[in-house]
Write a protein that binds this ligand. Sequence first.
Ligand code: XMP
Ligand code: MG
Length: 186
Amino acid sequence: MAKKDWEHGIIKVLLTEEQIKSRIKELGEEITRDFKDKEEEVIVVCLLKGSVLFFADLCREIKIPMKMDFMTVSSYGNEFESSREVKIVKDLDENIMGKHVIVVEDIIDSGLTLKRVLKMLGHREPKSVSLCTLLNKEARREAEVDVQYIGFDIADEFVLGYGLDFKQEYRNIPYIGIMGAFDGDE
Ligand code: XMP
Ligand code: MG
């Protein structure tokens, strides 16, 4: 069987590389402006794996002293979505007490995962916690989360590329695409 094309299944480009790049520049400027006069340390947190490309590009546009840290969480849904359990698979290396934390996420959908992550981080008594997401699917929101920085508001469609996956693939696509219906061998 022929190896499938790397863009297989993407029916439409939602956001081009150029659109993503210029929006990230603006977000970086905003964050730089908001944090440049803060006395406390700034820690920018990458929620793995989806936000890895966004995080890497955004950090280059944040022009203040800062530290990077990484966290992996897994969420297990059940029939009662609101009782979804969130487990830390890889915790932060840094102690965030008294520091400004900026959590970088790829996409906020129901908001349930993030709400629990923010609560867990809050217990560690940071000076502040802000949230920066590349994509926001407001229509799917179930839990209220305060988001300070949003790249793009998008409609309720399954998107992939630029870090976002379908069965762990497509993260290396440099733009954000909309996924079509897959055939039987997917
Ligand atoms: P919440 O808790 O906000 O979870 O529902 C957000 C997580 O759900 C995943 N997600 C997507 N992943 N394309 C993806 O590749 C999508 O359209 C999409 N919508 C939600 C993603 O892992 C995110 O962190
Ligand atoms: Mg994912």
